[in-house]
Design a protein around this ligand. Structure first.
Ligand SMILES: Nc1ncnc2c1ncn2[C@@H]1O[C@H](COP(=O)(O)OP(=O)(O)O)[C@@H](O)[C@H]1O
Ligand SMILES: O=C(OP(=O)(O)O)[C@H](O)COP(=O)(O)O
Length: 399
């Protein structure tokens, strides 16, 4: 990989230069209060931002948060993130209330050397995620106008062909930040010859994103343990009823096909915690997978499943885990994620956790982060990297 790095840029000297940094500050927010519930992704970019501040750059940070639909949406404002970033950096972060408008222009123009600005959510602009090259390009032109150089430190978004990730580096001298480099370095250990057995654990809620990944990973892995929201599409493919659980109907046939071709590598839950509502205080019971009541939804894997997954993990020499096993944010449905996470920490293996929510789960459950080999900030990004796909954000840095 011939990618220029932050150190190359620092060696050229950045004092007084405007450096546009794409970060992934897509942090989980508390559904009730809107407060940041885990600041891991903000902390993860501090090494890059700190180095630029110290070198006297005018640092312009941009990021997405959530999935707003190309227009401003207050619930996805990055303002709280600017506050937290300022606390962690120990200096105020100047917040622009738009991304490329008047506020952004004046905020960037007023920056002194060594100061940091954060632009409002990139996805408040349709150009950021547009499939139309010209529309994305026009937005990228505006963004690129805020920098003399570009640093990509948004590992969690390198799999997105979005303006800030893919098109801006074509317009500015570009380098990889410290986080992107470290992530690629660690994950490349899993794409070469991973020590076997190699066990991958998948869960979470971004079902269709991850089903595609399973296809690519099947030949490489020894076991694939599936829990979380995605297991119900597989259970349905086995002919079971899943009540009102998360279900990707269009993917049932794909799952059936995957199961048929998996050579027994795929392990699915045998029991499920089924609740009468998606709520912390919902009435719930553990049921067998062939007994999920029609009016209930599965919000966690059951204890027998945890025991089976733990047994498979105890044999592993390499483990990659993406996606919580249940709705761990609600204590009643956190046991599956906790059980699997603890089993991973006990395995005598090189262990990697990937994904914003999976990393947040590790911290929320009070698990010792140092008992994992690596905690990646990107879920989809790390999965696509493991698939061996060319990631748009990485390709853009190489060119
Ligand atoms: N059975 C389930 N039903 C609905 N949502 C679930 C279920 N299991 C897990 N989740 C949710 O999945 C979310 C994380 O999914 P995802 O974004 O795919 O993970 P990551 O960010 O680690 O890649 C969590 O907020 C969790 O509550
Ligand atoms: O949270 C993210 O991905 P992840 O949930 O796969 O870790 C990244 O910020 C990318 O967000 P996106 O999946 O809305 O493009």
């Amino acid at each position: 990989m011939s990618i220029r790095t932050l150190d190359d840029l620092l060696a050229e000297g950045v004092s007084g230069r405007r450096v546009l940094v794409r970060a992934d500050l897509n942090v989980p927010l508390d559904k009730q209060t809107g407060a940041i519930s885990d600041d891991g992704r903000i902390r993860a970019v501090l090494p890059t931002l700190g180095a630029l501040v110290e070198a006297g750059a005018k640092v312009v940070v941009c990021s997405h948060l959530g999935r707003p639909k190309g227009a401003p949406d207050p619930q996805f404002s990055l303002r709280p993130v600017a506050g937290r970033l300022g606390e962690l950096l120990g200096a105020p972060v100047h917040f622009a209330t738009d991304t490329v408008g008047d506020s952004a222009r004046s905020t960037v123009a007023d920056l002194a050397d060594g100061q940091v600005a954060l632009l409002e959510n990139l996805r408040f602009n349709a150009g950021e995620t547009s499939k139309d090259d010209a529309e994305r390009g026009a937005f990228a032109d505006q963004l690129a106008g805020f920098g003399d150089a570009y640093v990509d430190d948004a590992f969690g978004a390198v799999h997105r062909k979005h303006a800030s990730v893919y098109d801006v580096p074509a317009r500015l001298p570009h380098v990889a930040g410290r986080l992107v480099l470290r992530e690629v370095e660690v994950l490349s250990r899993l794409t070469g010859e991973p020590e076997r057995p190699y066990v991958v654990v998948l869960g979470g809620s971004k079902v269709s994103d991850k089903l595609a990944v399973i296809e690519a990973l099947l030949p490489t892995v020894d076991r694939l343990l599936i829990g979380g929201g995605m297991c119900f599409t597989f259970l349905k493919a086995q002919g079971l009823e899943v009540g009102t659980s998360l279900l990707e109907k269009d993917m049932v046939d794909t799952c059936r096909n995957l199961l048929e071709r998996s050579g027994g590598k795929i392990m699915l839950p045998v029991d499920i915690v089924a609740a009468d509502a998606f709520a912390p205080d919902a009435t719930h019971d553990t049921v067998r997978v062939d007994g999920i009541p029609s009016h209930r939804l599965g919000l966690d894997i059951g204890p027998e499943t945890v025991a089976g997954f733990a047994a498979a993990l105890s044999q592993a020499k390499t483990v990659f885990w993406n996606g919580p096993m249940g709705v761990f944010e609600m204590p009643a449905f956190a046991a599956g994620t906790r059980g699997v996470a603890e089993a991973i920490t006990k395995a005598d293996a090189f262990t990697v956790v990937g994904g914003g929510d999976s990393a947040a789960a590790v911290r929320a459950l009070g698990l010792d982060e140092s008992s994992f080999g690596h905690i990646s900030t990107g879920g989809g990004a790390s999965l696509e990297y493991l698939e061996g796909k060319t990631l748009p954000g990485i390709a853009a840095l190489e060119s």
